[in-house]
Design a protein around this ligand. Structure first.
Ligand SMILES: [Zn+2]
Length: 435
């Protein structure tokens, strides 16, 4: 559902860049899906090498560098990593301008999540295929939606500017990254290499993550945590004389449910479309090692949503306080308090002012291309947006093809015409921003 606010300008710059090449988009997207670039797998590097090779052939300056995974992950501001990874390749293609203009980065992650239960897929997740879904021509495969479709749209946008023979003053930087799904290693490394230690000044960034062509200038954050609940083991036949870690987890779970409610009473207007703007969810629970033993340990892992403008420290303290308060109401837990550990992905929240030029330019370009205004709201998930806005101070928006409802799901797909529209909008924004 979009507003019917027609803003079509007959002299719009989108006419300058012409139409996106759908056949080329479908071919490139298929090539990317066929590389099973799951986080932590060697193909994460392969897909980066593939893009570097293709973009050099397209005539852009391509920089590649080996990412110092161990060195970066030891830094206090490192955003986290949840998979084993010793190697990662940084890539940035630069379409150099004539000078004096603004620099726009198009950033997209090339890592994908594992396919999950293969039986839930109607075909091999890494063999891209075409299908008509809801009457639309789609490409199906792991990463089609999240977010190889968006990355191909950015690639095609840059080619459209080239094909139109447009000379820009500013540079355009196409930056594919690894490790977004498990923390943000690739974008962290790109900021470090290109901005902190390079001489690149980036004035704005667009991440074509799947937003269903809506405009997402803000993200709630997400902090991964682990709880350890101790009990006292005994044969199940004498359970009254032991302490079950499972039973002691119940008041903790109740406290977390209540915490989630209180944290979602007053939410930022950008987040009000979501039933729960800042979810607190337990993802794994493991307890005990024998059916007829009272379990002496329960380990639960989960994810805490971070509100817009809330620091990660404030969010962590809220959860730790809730757990500590619950422990104080139980004699056993008072003496054996539940421990909270923060590990893995630590995604801060982030936002770009909706009055920022990049937000208006994407909104206007979308309106020229589609005749409708995009909806504008914050995403309830953490993404690389918070690294670009938070660490590097770069105004960043997400705008891309595909609906997050199929991201990470079996038979993940993206509609080809949405990728085409995204490419045309991005080409338009490039010309507007970098002229
Ligand atoms: Zn994504």
């Amino acid at each position: 559902m979009r507003n019917n606010l027609a803003v079509t300008d007959p002299d719009s710059p989108s006419r300058v860049t012409g139409r996106a090449n759908q056949a080329q988009i479908a071919g490139d997207l298929g090539s990317l899906i066929a590389i099973p670039s799951m986080g932590g797998h060697p193909a994460e590097v392969t897909v980066q090498e593939f893009l570097a090779g293709r973009w050099a052939a397209d005539g852009w300056q391509v920089h590649t560098w080996q990412i110092d995974v161990a060195g970066l992950s030891a830094r206090p501001d490192f955003p986290g990593m949840e998979v084993e990874r010793t190697q990662a390749l940084g890539v940035a293609a630069i379409r150099a301008g004539s000078g004096g203009g603004r620099t726009l980065m198009l950033n997209g992650h090339t890592d994908v999540v594992p396919p999950g239960d293969i039986a839930a897929w109607s075909a091999d997740p890494f063999s891209p295929r075409r299908a008509t879904i809801n009457g639309r021509e789609c490409i199906v495969g792991r990463g089609a939606c999240d977010m190889k479709g968006g990355l191909v749209a950015a690639w095609e946008a840059l080619r459209m500017v080239d094909r139109a023979g447009i000379s820009l003053r500013g540079d355009v930087v196409l930056c594919p990254v690894s490790g977004e799904e498990d923390g943000g290693l690739g974008t962290f490394a790109a900021i470090d290499h290109l901005v902190s230690h390079g001489d690149l000044r980036i004035d704005a960034c667009i991440i074509p993550e799947p937003t269903d062509l809506d405009l997402v200038p803000a993200n709630g954050g997400a902090l991964t945590f682990r709880l350890r609940v101790n009990g006292s083991a005994i044969h199940a036949s004498r359970r009254a004389e032991g302490i079950s870690a499972v039973e002691k987890f119940i008041p903790i779970m109740d406290a977390l449910t209540e915490l989630e409610s209180t944290r979602n009473v007053n939410v930022d207007p950008l987040m009000q479309r979501w039933p729960i703007a800042y979810p607190l969810s337990i993802g794994t629970v493991h307890a005990g090692d024998w059916a007829s033993t009272v379990p002496d340990l329960l380990v639960a892992e989960g994810r805490l949503g971070v509100a817009l403008d809330e620091s990660m420290e404030q969010a962590r303290a809220a959860l730790e306080d809730a757990v500590a308060r619950a422990c104080r109401t139980d004699p056993w837990l008072r003496d054996h308090p539940v421990t909270v550990e923060w590990w893995g992905g630590q995604f801060a929240s982030g936002r770009t002012d909706t009055g920022s030029p990049i937000v208006s330019l994407v909104r206007e370009a979308h309106a020229r291309a589609t005749g409708t205004a995009p909806q504008t709201y914050g995403g309830p998930y953490g993404s690389d947006l918070r690294l670009l806005t938070g660490i590097a101070g770069i105004p960043t928006v997400q705008y891309g093809p595909g609906d997050t409802v199929v991201a990470h799901a079996p038979d993940e797909y993206v509609a080809l015409d949405d990728v085409v529209t995204c490419a045309e909008v991005l080409a338009d924004v490039i010309v507007e921003f970098c002229s």
